[in-house]
Design a protein around this ligand. Structure first.
Ligand SMILES: Nc1ncnc2c1ncn2[C@@H]1O[C@H](COP(=O)(O)OP(=O)(O)O)[C@@H](O)[C@H]1O
Ligand SMILES: O=P(O)(O)O[C@H]1O[C@H](CO)[C@@H](O[C@H]2O[C@H](CO)[C@@H](O)[C@H](O)[C@H]2O)[C@H](O)[C@H]1O
Length: 487
């Protein structure tokens, strides 16, 4: 089935925590959370009024009612509803890991969520637990020892060593989720917006590890929420993946930093781009071996072209700057439909789903590229992100990223343009060498998926970083004017 633009319906099966435990806690936390949540980088409902918060699940990992100075640890899944009666957007479910202390040490004050004025947490300081070394370490201990705590269950890959007593450091960079590094050994990603069903960022690295692919850090431990038994309001609700612990690649730099350094220093990047193409092909081959594959024929490719056209229409409705280019861009999608009509096919398999230079790491020892963050595009529903897709989608994502680096860097004019062209070509060459399939052989496919990605980026930038909107818009102008030729 091709990727669709269907609305998010995934939270329909989330259970609801029953009163009175849920309602008492919620009474304590609603005010502080309603103020704090919308300010978080990972909160996806910015710009839409938050109409209600409700608890899906609450688990006390460490007692929060003690009178001593030590912290309590509270795990919450919170459902956020937006807008008024006419807002049909599905609810979002967020994961929160909260510390609770009678008095907050000054070093933790930046992590403060709020001080409830009523309910069971009245008068206590509630804060982001992962900033507290003691609580972050406790999470590592839970991950070391598989087992169940309330709705949470902790799992661990057999035969992996996870040292204890490592100090924790929370990452502070731009992220869609939250991550904490333990020593220089492991990194735990805590997913923020969660949905029922296994997260591909656990599913795919586990499958790749089992297939012996060393290009992706192998999950050492993970945890999820599940609601088994008759006690749950909806016993068949699927488990939600909440966090994954993987080895930390100490001293690594991501592809985006390396690309910008190459642009600044005017150094050659084509060797790195070519080996990145090879690494992508290796991962694709391993995924196609480990997990189901299929082929898209004429009806499915026509459906894919129609879904792209619909995404373009939606994006143009939201971002006026796109409107003058719609008819030019639609030609690219028609070329895909014509390719299908001529009998063109396309393989589909599980993918990275949001491949760009920020998702690839290279260690100082130069052991080649590692790929991270297999979650897929954060705005797509989980069911969509777990569907097989054409490998060209990942390739198109990376090609866009070379273009992004050259354009965003803002210096060098034609030098930056030829930097981008050379690295796009080197990446495709590397991919072809390893996979035996040259992405440039099916230009209609590549161009359509690159256009679809650029349209997604226009919407992403308009919503998240309006001052970067000109970057994908530069590509939109080029793609709208181009005939389908290799460049
Ligand atoms: N295994 C790893 N080793 C070293 N750094 C990592 C590793 N995994 C992630 N990181 C760092 O953490 C950042 C965020 O990770 P990522 O999986 O992209 O999170 P998000 O989904 O929140 O964007 C990455 O940009 C990278 O700098
Ligand atoms: O990294 P995420 O999974 O959160 O992906 C989202 O954010 C990315 C930006 O952080 C965004 O990527 C776009 O900007 C990158 C440079 O910052 C560039 O390398 C990518 O090519 C470009 O798409 C990504 O689209 C979005 O899903």
């Amino acid at each position: 089935m091709p990727e669709s633009s269907s609305p998010r319906t995934v939270h329909a099966r989330l259970p609801q925590l029953s009163a009175p435990h849920g309602s008492a806690l919620l009474r304590s936390l609603t005010g502080p959370l309603a103020r704090w949540l919308p300010r978080q980088r990972w909160f996806a409902g910015k710009g839409r009024p938050l109409s209600s918060l409700s608890l899906v699940a609450a688990t006390e990992l460490l007692s929060c009612s003690g009178s001593g100075p030590g912290p309590g640890l509270l795990h919450l899944l919170v459902r956020a509803r937006h807008g008024g009666a006419r807002d049909t957007t599905p609810d979002d479910c967020y994961q929160l890991l909260l510390g609770v202390r009678p008095v907050l040490p000054p070093a933790l004050s930046p992590a403060l969520v709020g001080r409830p004025t009523e309910g069971p947490l009245r008068g206590r300081a509630v804060y982001e637990a992962l900033h507290d070394n003691r609580l972050a370490t406790l999470m590592l201990e839970r991950l070391r020892a598989p087992g169940r705590h309330g709705t949470l269950s902790f799992g661990r890959a057999p035969g992996t060593a996870i040292p204890s007593g490592l100090s924790a450091r929370m990452l502070t960079g731009e992220q869609s989720n939250s991550s904490v590094v333990y020593g220089e050994e492991h990194i735990l990603k805590l997913f923020r917006r969660v949905s029922p069903g296994v997260n591909p960022d656990l599913e795919l690295p586990l499958a790749l590890a089992e297939a012996g692919c060393a290009r992706v850090p192998a999950p050492a431990a993970w945890f999820e929420a599940s609601f088994p038994g008759a006690a749950a309001p909806e016993p068949d609700a699927e488990p939600l993946t909440l966090g994954v612990l993987v080895p930390y690649l100490a001293g690594s730099a991501d592809g985006w930093q390396l690309a910008l350094a190459s642009l600044t220093q005017r150094t050659d990047f084509s060797g790195a781009a070519r080996s990145l193409g090879r690494a992508t092909a290796e991962v694709h081959t391993a995924l196609a071996t480990a997990l189901p594959t299929d082929r898209l024929g004429r009806p499915e490719l026509e459906e894919a072209a129609a879904a792209m056209t619909e995404r373009l229409t939606d994006a143009a409705a939201a971002v006026p700057a796109l409107r003058p280019y719609q008819s030019g861009l639609r030609r690219t999608y028609r070329a895909l439909a014509d390719y299908a009509a001529r009998g063109g096919e396309c393989p589909v398999q599980r993918l990275h789903g949001d491949l760009h230079l920020g998702q690839v790491l290279r260690t100082a020892e130069g052991e080649g590229w590692s790929l991270i963050d297999f979650e897929g595009e954060p705005a797509r529903p989980l069911t969509d992100r777990r569907r097989p897709g054409p490998p060209v989608r990942d390739i198109a994502g990376m090609l866009r990223s070379f273009d992004y680096a050259a354009c965003q860097h803002g210096t060098g004019g034609s030098w930056a343009e030829s930097w981008s062209r050379a690295n796009r070509a080197a990446y495709c060459r590397g991919y072809a060498e390893t996979s035996g399939r040259d992405p440039l052989d099916q230009l209609e496919l590549l161009r359509a998926y690159e256009t679809d990605k650029a349209v997604y980026e226009v919407l992403y930038e308009a919503r998240h970083r309006p001052h970067w909107l000109h970057v994908p818009m530069t590509a939109i102008r080029r793609l709208a004017a181009a005939t389908v030729t290799a460049d």
